[in-house]
Design a protein around this ligand. Sequence first.
Ligand code: ASP
Length: 402
Amino acid sequence: MSENKLVIAILIGAIAGIICGALFGPAMSSIAWIGDLFLDTLKMMIIPLIVAAVISGVASLGDIRKLGKVGGMTLLYYASTTAVAVFTGLIVVNVIQPGEGIEQLSEQIPDMISGKQDIGLVEIVKSLISPNIVAAAADTQLLPIIVFCLLFAAALTTIGEKNKTLLSFFDGLNETMMKLVIWIMMLAPVGIFALIAGQIGRAGGIEAIKNELASVGSYCLTVLLGLGIHSILLFILLVSFSRFGKDYLIQLSRALMTAFGTASSSATLPLTMECAIEAGVDKRSVKFVAPLGATVNMDGTALYEAVAVMFIAQAYNIPLSITAQIVVFITATLAAIGAAGIPQAGLVTMLIVLDAVGLPAEGIGLILAVDWFLDRFRTTVNVWGDSVGIAIIEGFLPEKTG
Ligand code: ASP
C-alpha cells in the first residue's frame, strides 16, 4: 500500500472508530482486544529498535566529540520547547479560568495514583540508571536503556578498527527492525479503529462521555486550546529552522494518528522514526533524536500538567501567586520529562507539581474521568514535538564521512 493510501486508510479507521464507538457504545469494548494486539505488536518492537537505533545512530556520528554539539542542541530544543509549552498552558489557563465555580470537589485520592505519592524529582534523576539493564528492558524502562546505549556507542567509537563487526551488527539490526515497522504499519488502520472504538466503548459510550465532558468542559477546552496553540508554534519553528515545510506534517500524519490511537509516545516511536526517514530526514538525526524524544520530550504533557494543576487550584479556591506559578512552571517541565511515554503517565507525575505548590492530591479526582480523552491529544502533541525536533536537529549534524 502506498504512503498516501495508508494515511487515508488510517484516517478512515480513526473516524470509523469514533462513529462505531458513538453508535454502538459499550458493545464496542468487545473488539478492544484487537486494538490491544496492535499496541502490543508496536511495543514488541521498542527495545530492539531503540538499542539498534541509538547505538548505530550515535556511532555513525563518527567522533564522540561531535556528539556533544548534537546532544547539546537536542537538549536545548527539548528544554526550550517544553518551557514554551508550559508557559502557553499557564497563559491560557489564567485567561480562561476554567476552575472558577466548580462545585463538586473530590475528596478521595483516585486508586490510580494512590501509593505513588512519594514520587519526586530525586526519583526522576535516579530513573536514568538501572542496576539491571535486562530487568529495565523487561519492564520497558526506556531511559536507562538509552543512557546505557549512549555510553556503549560512545565507547564503541573509541576502540578503532575493532568496532567494525559490532557496528555492522547494530546497523543490520536497525535496518531489519525498520523493515518490520513497515510491515506492522499496514495493520494501523484496523488497529487504530479498534483502539478508538474500544476506548469509547470502555468509557461507556458517547452519552457517558458527554456527561463527563459537560462537568469539566471548559477545562478540556482550555487544554485543547493550549495544545492547539503550541502545535502551531512548533509548526512555525519547523518551517523557520529546517528545510522541511508543510508536507512534513502530512508525511508524519501516520505517526500522529497512531499517537492519538495509542496514547503512547513509546509505542508510536517505531512509526515516528519510519515516517521521518520516509520524509527524507537524515537517518542519524532520526536514530539519535527520536528515541530520546519519545522518552523525555513531552510538550503536550507539560502543558497539560500546568493547566490541570492551575485548574485544581482554581476549583479548590486556593489562589496561586506568581511565585507559586513559577514553581508550577519549573516542576511541570521536570514532571513531563519524568513521565514515561505510556497512557496516562502524566497523571501520576502531576503529583510532583501538586505537592510542590501544596495542593491536595485528591484534586486529581476532578480530572480523572476525562484524562484518557485528553491523553490522546497531548500524546499527539508530544509526538509532533519529537518529530519537529528530529527535523531541526538534522541541521546541526556533522558532515557525513565516507
Ligand atoms: N501518554 C503520554 C505519552 O505517551 C504521556 C502522558 O502525558 O500521560 O506521551
